[in-house]
Design a protein around this ligand. Structure first.
Ligand code: MG
Length: 318
């Protein structure tokens, strides 16, 4: 019997997720966690308001502090060389953690666009050509809960691509609040969440007259085409999202994680008892899903892996 934590919309969902085993809370007691990433055999995640990065090992008794002043870091990912890339609300920049043994040692990837400071980079992915794609909503500057209050210098919330030579390109400028993003397995599509209905910590609740959807673009080099609405997400908004090696899109929502087929059909949901923000694939086989939901990190067993991690694996082997 499937556990009631899983809502099965199509039978294939039971092939994707171990729906017989309830989600397991592996770490709790935080303020508000986001940015899970599997890096060097461990799960790292950020307690954004507490300005702290945590590390969790499957065999350890509990998480340990990886970085005591994370500058309100949010989304994380891993690049082709195995280094962690992070979005810092406080520093208003995207950084590469240059020393695997020392997460505080950083290189700046992007902090300004046309001489104006970024708002507060939120989430980030790396394409196999080494370009770094990230979103820049205002959540780290429109309250003091997750950053330092300030006016937007750019005056908009864009999606950017940082090339390996340092060039920064605004690839989409028609978003309200761009948030999570991920490429399809062939990197020909880019999915980007717009969480505009969540206006920020100073505005509780959701304004459903504003965007709460995922858009999909066709990728041609550093040019995005299309951008139609791929799926409207309710309740809540899509925040973080990941694409698996079959092209299914896994997105956060207020009630947990929604799994969408490459055509945008909801195949099923992982229901969690608290507002859910981010997810990643990881674990020893890459098939564990780690989910950050309010003050808790959950683990769910799946049969799929992260599409970007599969591409990284291929490039490493090559
Ligand atoms: Mg986010």
């Amino acid at each position: 019997m499937p556990h009631p934590s899983f809502e099965i919309r199509e039978p294939v969902f039971r092939d994707l997720v171990d729906t017989d085993t309830p989600p397991e809370a592996i770490a709790t007691g935080f303020t508000w966690v986001e940015g899970p990433v599997w890096w060097q055999g461990a799960l790292y995640f950020n307690d954004i308001p507490a300005r702290r990065m945590w590390k969790w090992l499957p065999e350890a008794a509990g998480p340990t502090v990886a970085l005591d002043d994370s500058e309100f870091a949010n989304g994380n990912t891993v690049d082709a060389t195995g280094r962690m890339i992070s979005c810092e609300h406080g520093g208003r920049r995207v950084i590469r953690r240059s020393d695997p043994g020392n997460p505080s040692a950083v290189e700046v990837i992007a902090d300004r666009y046309m001489d104006k400071r970024l708002n507060s980079p939120n989430d980030v992915v790396v394409r196999s050509d080494g370009s770094v794609w990230f979103t820049d909503p205002p959540y780290g500057i429109n309250s003091d809960a997750e950053g330092y209050p300030a006016e937007s210098e750019i005056g908009g919330c864009h999606v950017y691509c940082a090339l390996p030579d340092g060039t920064l390109i605004a690839v989409a400028t028609d978003f309200d609040k761009p948030n999570g993003l991920a490429f399809s397995p062939d990197e020909q599509r880019l999915y980007v969440a717009d969480s505009g209905a969540a206006r920020g910590a100073s505005f509780p609740g959701f304004d459903y007259s504003l965007p709460h959807h995922i858009r999909v673009f066709e990728v041609d080099g550093t040019t995005l085409q299309g951008g139609r609405v791929f799926a409207v997400i309710e309740p809540g908004v899509p925040d973080g999202l990941r694409v698996d090696n079959d092209g299914n899109v896994w997105t956060s929502a207020q009630d947990g994680i929604h799994c969408l087929s490459p055509e945008g059909r909801c195949l099923g949901k992982i229901l969690l008892p608290a507002p859910t923000a981010n997810l990643c694939f990881g674990g020893p086989a890459g098939t564990d899903m780690f989910i950050t939901a309010s003050d808790t990190v959950w683990r769910v067993r799946t049969t799929r892996r992260d599409a970007a991690a599969c591409l990284r694996g291929r490039s490493v082997r090559a």
